[in-house]
Write a protein that binds this ligand. Structure first.
Ligand code: AMP
Length: 422
């Protein structure tokens, strides 16, 4: 039986890659305009990095990680997200000693063993941006603005920004205690997942998708009544900066995000273009993360854009067109084939895209292939031309052809190549 790909994984075929590349290039361009630099981190990390940072009681760590013991007995995990790995890289490479404030981005695959469905994969791609070393709400607002700049550049429609705060180590525990008391009073009506979350990770009950749970939460206490002065200030300043810059957002006090390490600002960008899977990006502040993974207290904030979903919703106009060969060399017979091989290699090396036939087919089928590939010119060289030391150059658009001496071929093609490029 033919071997199939792993369930929940996907192939991104040549026809689709253009759109991916365009988005990746635009993201890098926009982020670099905001002063971000690219970092590339491994796909594999020690399991402990994610278990500690994301939190033991999260769907990701409990049931979605691809974890294995390698031959030397280390427990390793295919990264389910990038933030913890970027944080580790920041600490391990002492990036703070070069420049305490680091604005970093990275693009690549993440792995989570979720139930595969439309728009949800087990290997999916994210564009991540992180600002490490700044506590001020200025960067909270700036990150949201940068993200919107990218999405607007890609003409993603119907964008909404959901904004919330989760408080910090000072005020969040007080809120969690009040929340736990409230959840106890409605425990009987909660779904099975929420009954478990209620004791293990009560904040996660707030964003349960179950309608019955949401109805029961109507009178749930809100974090905004529990914020300490510093967290309230931080949130208000973020809002003010967004107002000042004309950013439209909704405060959503049930937005908690899936991972444990978030503090203060959290946000999500949704678009109706996606239907049910509406979040195209999410992020927030994680001032406690560095300490959790063994570093000094360092404020930080970041976001992740779901690249698979973005590719799905951006307009087809972003699909880069297949590159067309400038010239197709149609050669007949071995001797002509060898000559053609020399010309093709020479021009390809010089940066001119030239194609040829590899299987000695008839002139008719080589002409057909040239047409299918969209070649602008075809060079025809057979026994007669070889004997006469000439080639036929056919202009496919004008349907006109002329004979030129073989020794002029390379210069002629170089001329056409540079005229087309210019
Ligand atoms: P998260 O890291 O869970 O905050 O996710 C950030 C973004 O990544 C989400 O808003 C989604 O767009 C995208 N995403 C998360 N999980 C998946 C998945 N399994 N398949 C495709 N995209 C995903």
């Amino acid at each position: 039986m033919m071997i199939q790909r792993v369930r929940g994984f996907r192939d991104i075929l040549p026809g689709e890659v253009g759109r991916w590349r365009t988005i990746e290039r635009l993201a890098a361009e926009v982020f670099e305009n905001f002063g971000f630099k690219e970092i590339r981190i491994p796909l594999l990390e020690k399991t402990e990095l994610f278990a500690r940072s994301i939190g033991e009681v999260t769907d990701i760590v409990e049931k979605e990680m691809y974890t294995f013991i390698d031959r030397s007995g280390d427990r390793l995990t295919l990264r389910p997200e990038a933030t913890a790995a970027v944080a580790r890289a920041y600490l391990q490479n002492k990036l703070y000693s070069i420049q305490p404030v680091q604005k970093l981005f990275t693009i690549g695959p993440m792995f989570r063993r979720e139930r595969p469905q439309k728009g949800r994969y087990r290997q999916f791609y994210q564009i991540n941006a992180e600002v490490i070393g700044v506590a001020a709400p200025t960067v909270d607002a700036q990150l949201i603005i940068m993200l919107l700049t990218l999405l607007k550049k890609l003409r993603v429609s119907d964008l909404t920004v959901q904004l919330n705060t989760l408080g910090d180590g000072d005020c969040r525990p007080k809120y969690q205690a009040a929340l736990a008391r409230f959840l106890e009073s409605i425990a009987g009506g909660l779904c099975a997942d929420c009954r478990r979350r209620r004791t293990e990770n009560p904040l996660r009950v707030l964003d349960c998708k179950n309608q019955d749970c949401q109805a029961l939460l109507e009178k749930v206490p809100t974090i905004h009544d529990f914020l300490c002065a510093a967290c309230r200030d931080h949130f208000n300043t973020t809002c003010n900066l967004l107002n000042q810059e004309g950013v439209d957002y909704h405060i959503n006090d049930r937005l908690v995000r899936g991972l444990d390490y978030y503090t203060r600002t959290t946000f999500e960008i949704q678009t109706r273009a996606l239907g049910a899977q509406s979040a195209v990006a999410g992020g927030g502040r994680y001032d406690g993360l560095m300490e959790i993974i063994g570093g000094p207290q360092t404020p930080a904030i970041g976001f992740a854009v779901g690249l698979d979903r973005l590719v799905e919703i951006v307009d087809a106009q972003w699909a880069a067109k297949d590159r067309r060969p400038l010239v197709f060399v149609a050669a007949l017979g071995d001797a002509a084939g060898q000559k053609a091989f020399g010309w093709v290699n020479r021009l390809n090396r010089e940066g001119i895209y030239v194609e040829m036939d590899y299987s000695g087919r008839s002139l008719k089928s080589q002409m057909k292939q040239a047409g299918r590939q969209g070649a602008e010119y075809v060079l025809i060289v057979g026994e007669n031309e070889l004997a006469a030391g000439t080639v036929i150059v056919r202009d496919m658009t004008a349907s006109a052809q002329k004979e030129v001496p073989m020794r002029d071929v390379i210069n002629l093609l170089r001329g056409i190549g540079s005229a087309t490029k210019g």
